[in-house]
Write a protein that binds this ligand. Sequence first.
Ligand code: CO
Length: 218
Amino acid sequence: MNMNSHLELLSGNKRWALSKLQDDPNYFKKLQAIQRPEYLWIGCSDSRVPANEVTNTAPGDIFVHRNIANMVVHTDMNLLSVLDYAVTVLKVKHVIVCGHYGCGGVKAAMESLSFGFVDSWLRNIKDVYVKYFKELEAISDKEARADRLVELNVIEQVRNLAKTKIVQRAWRNDELKVHGWVYGLNDGIIKNLELVFDDVENIDSIYRYNNLQGNEQL
Ligand code: CO
């Protein structure tokens, strides 16, 4: 085992910074001046799904939040802070939940096994499984069932975003679209689930806040 492999990251960084400057001597000066991304990406922590690389975008283009299995959990202060900052302050135009086929978090949630501390996080995916139990149990192939759960999980996380006051308040004041996508590890292609939420009509009325003014505490 090479205990100094992390040094390769630092030397790689130097080569990258140099190549950027060779292309454009003002590259970092321009980026430093302002951050105005149009997109918030909520993706999986999986090392094989880097937001910028798979969308062919550059630093400055996407505000990113990643966790295991791209979850939107309403008690997650980290997610809520990122979401509120992106939507309310940066005023991103699109929030994208991007799952990926072959997601280890989703597969683990389908097992009746403990994987340690992550179990309570994965329980949120088990709830999605139970919600779509009939549809999922009808799929005999285990891989295909996992892939469908990946898609359904993305759909539910888009719904979870729509249930937040942050997103509902943005819908009242600004234009904001929430999208559901799934990335394919096998071919590098993102499947658009054609799921676009842009107002509270997309969620059940019990989840709607009818008294938002725009300046209340979250
Ligand atoms: Co994953």
